[in-house]
Design a protein around this ligand. Sequence first.
Ligand SMILES: N[C@@H](CCC(=O)N[C@@H](CS)C(=O)NCC(=O)O)C(=O)O
Length: 220
Amino acid sequence: MTLYALPGACSLASHIALEWVVAAEPAIEDQVRVVMMPRDTFPTPQFRAKVAVPTVPALETSDGAIITESLAVLLHITDRFPKAELGPRQGHYRDELHRLLSFMASTAHPSFQMLWRPERFSDDPVAHASIKRQAVTRLTRVFSHLDSALGDGEWLLGSKPSVADFYLFVLGRWGQRLDDATHNYPNCWRVTEALSRSAIVHRVLAREGITFCGPVAGLG
Ligand SMILES: N[C@@H](CCC(=O)N[C@@H](CS)C(=O)NCC(=O)O)C(=O)O
């Protein structure tokens, strides 16, 4: 299986998930590959030819299928490698896993895009300031919601880290650059910081050529 990723992008959550899997099952290390692509040449013609919607994360399975969209990629990794225990398989917490991943991918992620890539929402530069203002309001709601979803729980889905926490880590890392920064949301910050201390996450950040705090340019 091959994961295609951009440094510090939302694909970081899937990258952490795969590294978590390898830590739980070292024997499968040879079956897992991560291709880090440079941002300045993205998407290359080869990537466009392989991936119909050329975004990351993109996961190529061992039978050659391509999966895009963070929600689909993270759930595929979770279900394909149950020993790593990256998410519940059924019951209320499984529904919560779907809900939280959907919320992060379809509400939180576009809010960051509105703030940092307003030109994708309007080709009128005059509109960009207003789009950014809306983004700031949306991001406050996003982090408030995630903070209450966590409450004083250790992780989003109880006592074990799941792929939902890995996505929260990506948002929490990006959120350090907001005026209303992630550390203003104590529960989100607790999980973000806890993952930033993990040796697995250190390995992933090093492979992506980034740190917990930077770089400051781009969605990553
Ligand atoms: N809805 C998609 C969004 C994917 C997405 O926009 N990924 C960004 C990185 S955070 C990307 O590929 N950006 C490159 C580009 O749009 O050119 C998902 O949840 O995976």
